[in-house]
Design a protein around this ligand. Structure first.
Ligand code: SAM
Length: 328
């Protein structure tokens, strides 16, 4: 069977002009900031997959453990044959745990990393030849529309349950108010009876967080620095990678891991002909990863028009997976 027949690919990827505008704006403000969504070119996605295999990086194996342990119950709640939308699907590794029990009518992974998304769905289609896949390369934080034909039409008596899967605690990359707005948009799309299964990293001992984002092999550092390699290649910039270093720490007051790239010296960098000056020790803030208690996350979800129904955690309470229903 030609599995390609089951994959529809939609390219709504941010343009080079969007990338340039966001990078140049981010380097012009103080503190300098570049959004984490730009980590994910092909090398960035590969480096992220390498991070997930590290002994220090507990979130991926812990979330997968929860999905294995409670997958049957999750599938019962979500409903067989659902329309399944995954945000930030990456390698689509986690959804594989649920696919046999869920048997979705359609799977819609959305991810900003084009080649990685294509490769992941092609591999998935080989293992699940009957699965209808609509893969969308887009920025889910933008005001994008799902392509027509991807969303099931709701006719009376013929409702297909709409389900979103948002693993990896990617929701933690957003400020709490932005997280609420994003979830509100997801809830709107899932109306009137849909549900969201979402992975959220829990508050814990900062020492455990510190090692998870400062691994001994330096893979997280390489992932962070790859952002500069990407900017050099795609935007004709001249960042000297030996003059920046990875920094990650837990900001206790704000309840988040922060990742930065620190300038080791005072220097000037050109991006597409524009000059940006760095003082010695000045940072580019590249990522936040907010950690929540179950109650804190429930409060955000409730304000975003979801009703918390069920939450599963691992025995050490490192990570949580929430089943939330759209409020009617
Ligand atoms: C932290 S990784 C998580 C990957 C996978 N879901 C997991 O749990 O292991 C974030 C994923 O979301 C994608 N991503 C990040 N920001 C995005 C955005 N704004 N829009 C679409 N995809 C995004 C990345 O390409 C990457 O695959």
């Amino acid at each position: 069977m030609n599995t390609a027949n089951h994959i529809h690919f939609y390219n709504l990827h941010p343009t080079l002009a969007d990338f340039k505008a966001e990078v140049c704006h981010g380097l012009s403000v103080y503190p300098k900031t570049i959004p984490p969504k730009f980590f994910y070119d092909q090398s960035g996605s590969q480096l992220f997959d390498d991070i997930t295999e590290l002994p220090e990086y507990y979130p991926t194996r812990t979330e997968i453990g929860i999905l294995h342990e409670h997958g049957e119950e999750m599938a019962r709640l979500l409903g067989k044959g659902c329309w399944l939308w995954e945000l930030g699907s990456g390698s689509s590794k986690k959804i594989r745990v649920l696919l046999d029990s869920l048997q979705p009518s359609t799977y819609l992974p959305i991810d900003i990393s084009k080649e990685h998304l294509l490769h992941s769905v092609q591999t998935l289609a080989i293992d699940h030849p009957d699965l209808e896949i609509h893969a969308i390369c887009a920025d889910y934080s933008s005001d994008f529309q799902l392509p027509r034909g991807c969303i099931p039409t709701q006719t009376s008596g013929n409702e297909i349950n709409r389900v979103a899967f948002f693993p990896g605690s990617s929701i933690g990359n957003f400020e709490p108010s932005q997280a609420q707005e994003l979830l509100q948009r997801v809830a709107h799309l899932l109306r009137p009876t849909g549900a969201l299964l979402i992975g959220v990293d829990l508050k814990k001992d900062p020492a455990c967080l510190h090692v998870a984002y400062n691994d001994a092999q330096g893979v997280t550092a390489a992932f962070n620095l790859n952002l500069l390699t990407r900017i050099n290649r795609e935007l004709q910039a001249d960042f000297n990678l030996t003059q920046f270093e990875h920094q990650a720490f837990y900001n206790d007051q704000l309840g988040r891991i922060e990742m930065h790239l620190v300038s080791k010296t005072s220097q000037e960098v050109q991006v597409d002909g524009q000059r940006f000056v760095f003082a010695e020790g000045e940072n580019i803030h590249t990522e936040n990863s907010y950690k929540y208690t179950v109650e804190q996350f429930h409060a955000i979800a409730t304000r975003a028009n979801f009703e918390p129904v069920r939450v599963w955690t691992d025995p050490a309470r490192l990570f949580s997976v929430h089943y939330l229903r759209v409020k009617s």
